[in-house]
Design a protein around this ligand. Structure first.
Ligand code: PHE
Length: 344
């Protein structure tokens, strides 16, 4: 083989090895093999004086090209290795790095727990708008204008022209009950719905008040529905949510949109009804409002109160979450402090 042919073959070997080299050390090894003192190149250079002048010129030129080509390749590979990210050696004995995982807000969790009791009973989940007409929030619910009961639902009015003046001014709904009206306007009975959502009341912030909070409303309408159905459904609900030993009590109350109306209490779990600081020495804790749908409400939606009956209920989600988890300040739900949220 002529020295020129040999150099060509060596060059292709060298290029292959350079491109495979995975570290600067490996590259140096290739360099020494092909360009070092003991390399074939050095031997060929040493043999130049023994060649004829024509051969010497040829071989010398090829040897220089060979060397330059290898040096270029080495430099390129060195740059490529320097730019590549260094893979950290894998130590399988190190503890893994913890992945921070998100979770549902305690209010969302509580809403889901409440709805999960009603949906197997056949209640459908529906939602309504947070900005409402006066008509749905008040009038259709048998809360007449200038009636003192309107004042118990202090309200944020919205400073926008009403798109439907016949339905009154716009406001932020003060309860989820308007969704009862919207659903009954759209659907014929029988009807079973639960309605989660935000409500707004201009209360100053304190440990038990917030200008925005959540309610879950319920409505069941059919023929021959009685107060016994109301009691049965809500008693089963409260036992599902607070435990099978939960005692419940229905206390007469007033709501304009239900008649008769009641408030539902559960026996205080801390003192089992004997009276302690959790229940304010009463032994009972108020959980929700309820009642049989008022005939005026049925009339407002075009149902015949002689043919259908129904019950409705409404509960505050924050209140239930506070009771379930022993939380003493409603504001904690809205501050988004991770030290609080991470506990759920
Ligand atoms: N809407 C009432 C409130 O916000 C609760 C309620 C709903 C009472 C349905 C009776 C029936 O306080």
């Amino acid at each position: 083989m002529t020295p020129t042919a040999e150099l060509e073959q060596l060059l292709s070997e060298a290029v292959a090895l350079i491109n495979q080299a995975a570290s600067p050390d490996a590259l140096e090894h290739v360099r020494v093999t092909f360009l070092g003192r003991k390399s074939r190149l050095t031997e060929i250079m040493r043999s130049l004086p023994t060649l004829s002048s024509e051969e010497r010129a040829q071989t010398g030129k090829h040897a220089n090209q060979f060397k330059a080509a290898i040096e270029t390749c080495l430099a390129q590979r060195r740059d490529a290795l320097a730019a590549a990210p260094v893979a950290a050696p894998l130590d399988v004995t190190l503890p893994g790095s913890a992945v921070a995982h998100g979770r549902l807000h305690p209010i969302t969790q509580t809403i889901e727990a409440i709805l999960a009791v009603f949906t197997p009973m056949g209640f459908e989940i529906v939602e309504g708008p947070e900005m409402e007409f006066e008509y749905y929030n008040f009038d259709a619910l048998n809360i007449p204008k200038d009636h003192p009961s309107r004042e118990s639902f202090d309200t944020f009015f919205v400073d926008l022209p009403s798109p439907d003046p016949a339905k009154g001014r716009l406001l932020l709904r003060s309860h989820t009950s308007p969704v009862q009206i919207r659903m009954m306007e759209r659907c014929r009975p029988p009807l079973r719905i639960v309605v989660p959502g935000k409500v707004y009341r201009p209360d100053p912030l304190d440990p038990s008040h917030s200008f925005m909070f959540h309610q879950v409303e319920g409505l069941m309408v059919d023929s021959r529905i009685t107060f016994a159905h109301l009691k049965g459904v809500l008693d089963a609900f409260l036992k599902a949510l607070f435990g099978p030993a939960t005692k419940t009590r229905f206390r007469p109350h007033f709501f304009p949109f239900t008649e008769p109306s009641a408030e539902v209490d559960i026996a205080c779990a801390s003192c089992d009804g004997t009276g302690c600081s959790t229940c304010g020495r009463k032994g009972w804790i108020e959980i929700m409002g309820c009642g049989m749908v008022h005939p005026h409400v049925f009339k407002a939606v075009g149902y015949d109160p002689a043919k259908v009956q129904g019950f409705a209920f409404g509960m505050g989600v924050e209140r239930i979450a506070m009771l379930k988890h022993g939380i003493k300040d409603i504001r904690l739900f809205f501050e988004n402090d991770l030290r609080f949220l991470e506990q759920f």
